[in-house]
Design a protein around this ligand. Structure first.
Ligand code: UFG
Length: 336
């Protein structure tokens, strides 16, 4: 199938492109490189453009005879969405709606959407199933929920088929060690801890240890990025016109911040000094997925079932790419 992957030069998008290409799909990447990396993109497949450039995007969809779109191009930092909501509404909502209209103009009606656990807010029910009320508590979560609603309406009115894949905490890197997480600035726990092990930071600050959890630190469900990628591939086969699939993607296992630190100490052999800081605004105490629907509907199971194996792939990437993609002089070998 000819697939357009928006944000295919980003973290989850680049891993998805590799999985799609290896499965035999014809992949085209559409990315403005504002946060992605040309070096992460499938060679010869990158089209640099703005999501909001509807005319250009419509031409691309037509010219490449695209049958389905996977939409990863979005901003995804909770804190930033609180301090600069305009950025999030412009990119994650306005530009995304423009993409949907470009698709309508080009007659493309299959869509796979990167959604998020942030659409649930602070759920009372744990683990979180898909029928749990979606009550986001920050602009990031709202922007993703708006597009989920738009997709439900498009499916109903225009006979679109779509999947909204709600990621829990994406983590790790491809086992080959040549694609991985590279954000500037970095705000995610595992990369920051590994930067301490690399000597790029002095210590890690734990954001609060007075949560109602076994060790007082926040609990998250870390899911390997390649497992997310595989779920996208499998979702393509399950699209039904006029219908939407809403699926949580996690392992179903929660790990505290302290458990993540210990896993990183085991992987790196570094003592990883820590200090205790105040809670970070907007952090729910526990977020763990009930992913049984995804397992049932997609015949999908995470291949990385334990935290140590996820952290090992992340460490392999960071150790060999201490400056992220800038560590490579070229990417000629990356996609060989
Ligand atoms: N944390 C620290 N110290 C740090 C960084 C993080 O203690 O220096 C803690 C956070 O407080 C949180 C946990 O580590 O409890 C994980 O934090 P991340 O920033 O790695 O991930 P989040 O859980 O905040 O964010 C993820 C996704 C978002 C998504 C969100 C939903 O990255 O895109 O889950 O809650 F919106």
């Amino acid at each position: 199938m000819n697939i357009l992957v928006t944000g295919g030069a980003g973290y989850v998008g680049s891993h998805a492109c590799r999985v799609l290409a290896r499965a035999g799909h014809e992949v085209w990447i559409y990315d403005n490189l504002s946060r992605g990396h040309a070096a992460a993109a499938l060679p010869g497949r990158l089209i640099v453009g703005e999501l909001a450039d509807r005319k250009f995007l419509t031409d691309v969809l037509r010219e490449k005879q695209i049958a389905a779109v996977m939409h990863f191009a979005a901003f995804a930092l909770v804190n930033e969405s609180v301090t600069d909501p305009a950025l999030y509404y412009a990119n994650n909502v306005t530009a995304a709606l423009s993409l949907l209209e470009a698709m309508r103009a080009a007659g493309v009606s299959k869509f796979i959407f990167s959604s998020t656990t942030a659409t649930y807010g602070e759920p009372q029910q744990m683990p979180i199933a898909e029928d749990c009320p979606q009550q986001p508590i920050n602009p990031y979560g709202f922007t993703k929920l708006v597009i989920e609603h738009a997709l439900a309406d498009y499916a109903c009115a225009y006979d679109w088929s779509y999947a909204a894949l709600r990621y829990f905490n994406a983590a790790g890197a491809t086992p080959e060690g040549d694609l991985g997480e590279d954000h500037t600035p970095e705000s995610h726990l595992i990369p920051i801890v590994l930067q301490v092990a690399l000597g790029q930071r002095d210590q890690i600050t734990i954001f609060g240890d007075d949560y109602p959890t076994p060790d007082g630190t926040c609990v998250r469900d870390y899911i390997h990025v390649d497992d997310l990628a595989t779920a996208h591939l499998k979702a393509l086969d399950k699209l039904i016109p006029g219908q939407g699939l809403q699926l949580n993607l996690g392992t179903g296992r929660g790990h505290s911040v302290r458990e993540v630190l210990d896993a990183c100490r085991r992987a790196t052999g570094h003592p990883i000094p820590e200090q205790l800081g105040p809670r970070r605004a907007g952090d729910p105490p526990v977020l763990v997925a009930d992913s049984r629907r995804a397992q049932r509907e997609l015949a999908w199971r995470p291949q990385y079932e334990d935290l140590d194996s996820i952290v090992a792939t992340a460490w392999n990437w960071h150790r060999t790419h201490p400056q992220g993609y800038e560590s490579d002089s070229g990417n000629s070998a990356r996609w060989a």
